[in-house]
Design a protein around this ligand. Sequence first.
Ligand code: FAD
Length: 397
Amino acid sequence: MGLPSRADVVVIGAGQAGLSVAYYLQRLGVRPGTDLLVLDRGPRSGGAWQHRWDALRLGSAHRVHDLPGMRRLGLSFETADRARAAGDVVAEYYERYEQFYGLDVRRPVTVSAVYDREADLVVRTQAEELTARIVVNATGTWGAPFVPYYPGIDRFEGRQVHTATYVSAAQFAGQHVLVIGGGTSAIGFLLELEGVAARTLWVTRRPVDYLPQGELGPEAAISAVADQDAAARQGRALPSIVSGTGVPKTRRIAAAMERGVLDAVPPFARLEQHEAVWANGHRERVDAIIWATGFRPDIRHLSPLRLHEKAGGVTVSTGAAARDPRIFFAGYGPTASTIGANRAGRTLARQIFAALGGSGAIGPEPTGAEPTGATAVTAPEQPDHVADLVARFFTDA
Ligand code: FAD
């Protein structure tokens, strides 16, 4: 089915952030499918979660927060089977959520560019163009994996995968595997590869700062989210979350350290066809590299709007880009977690509704079996920055 030629609001991306914005907008009376269009390039529901590797179980992801209003469907990630693949559970629950609330997500639709046409914004997809008054960018980071440059990378002949393309440890059976990156994804891969790969070698740019208490304390959490927030407000590239906080030394990680599975070494000086070579001349055979080196915001399609600052990022304070008040960012910087995305949805919906000329507030989560559309009044705020960061912590971004 073709897309309408015009909508007041176009949301790009139907992950936690895009769905949350759509949900709250709908509650304010903005109608999905006519006033509001949600476009997503994924083949099915689930946002980035549909692409996560199979071994990432719901119980080994840190915590996936429920979407707003999800409990009305009788669904909660809290009570889901933690042994199931996280991607499957999230895809299934998001699909049921989209249907229940009639969010009318159009997929697969890839937005290749957003640009100005007088007062309007033009959203270009693979097949057509539509105009919008407001665009919400909720495209996450999964489509923009980051791989740092190392000399010789173009000569290396082994296999290379990134967190975004990792499938399973079985693909590396019997191989010498170099895992690069200092976050929890890297640690997860090393643990999965134990006993499967012939040898693993772990490279981190700096020594990993383990938090002995096994979980993130409020001080580190607040300061890391504050760093994200400050970077977004100042238009700088977003910092790595893990380098700001350290890695909680859980029992599983402590036991792996005891076994010698997590002995990190500093970066090599160059790669050759089948080896990594350190500055002191030490060489290691490498059959495959796993880049667990994080992601960047996936916002190339916004480049015609020239939102980037010289400092390397987009200036975003509470919702819209400083350079264009018609472009809102959900799930960006301090809200790049499932709980942060929920909060962004609520905040942005209010701002967008006001920008469209509407007035009113979002009411408390309705109860009962059927969605009620727009109702109004006040509501408790989502949990704060600490919970936000704790939720986000188990990423390697
Ligand atoms: P996404 O889920 O990435 O959704 C973005 C959507 O936009 C996708 O469906 C994509 O197809 C679509 N899209 C992108 N570009 C376009 C385009 N040009 N046109 C159309 N559609 C487009 N957070 C937690 O809170 N708890 C966790 O346990 C957790 N674990 C994580 C583990 C890993 C390995 C990683 C990488 C991240 C993890 N996160 C976790 C962070 C997590 O990704 C976010 O919390 C959240 O799911 C992101 O939601 P989102 O809606 O911003 O992005």
